[in-house]
Design a protein around this ligand. Sequence first.
Ligand SMILES: *Cc1c(COP(=O)(O)O)cnc(C)c1O
Length: 208
Amino acid sequence: LPANCTLVAVSKTKPPEIITEAYNCNQLDFGENYVQELIAKHQQLPKDIRWHFIGHLQTNKVKQIISIVHLIHGVDTKKLLLEINKEAAKADIIVKVLLQVYIAQEETKYGLSKEELFEITEEYKNKKYANILIAGLMGMASNTNDKITVKKEFSVIKSHFDILSKQLPNFSILSIGMSSDYELALEVGSTMVRIGSAIFGERVYANK
Ligand SMILES: *Cc1c(COP(=O)(O)O)cnc(C)c1O
């Protein structure tokens, strides 16, 4: 990876021993998708690990993770942002988040539309979210082998990112790229990749 790109090792479903192995190779950034799993791993593992919440976060679970999480990647509704702001204010902390932008063709992917994105960033400029630091954007491309489609989708989020990075302070993270498409994401300008299976092997989901 280029020096300006951070690797988030996606450890969801993987046991603490495997995370420790990566940690012993100086990997400090880990990504998790499930609140209970993140809390359990945070309790068991070294305290200098930076936990990234990369899953779909329900508003009623915000409170449980805001003080242990380094960065919340998937903020995809104004309702969720308001809830994070409210709980952060109560805890008297500033929570760092990325806004998730909808870029894929598929209906299954979460994210803000372009209109919602710029509406929220306008409000943010007007200090509506005093206990939040919006540090950048996150996106997921379509799950396809068609490189042209994936690159086109990444380019859309990159153009939003370029506009906003000129307007907002401390706005520097573009979280795009997973095991199957991180090379394309780097070509477009990713500053943070989220890679699971290419590091830890395929995931096995219990009861699924
Ligand atoms: C699971 C997950 C990843 C990692 O996926 P891999 O294909 O295993 O690299 C990245 N981002 C998000 C949002 C995920 O849920």
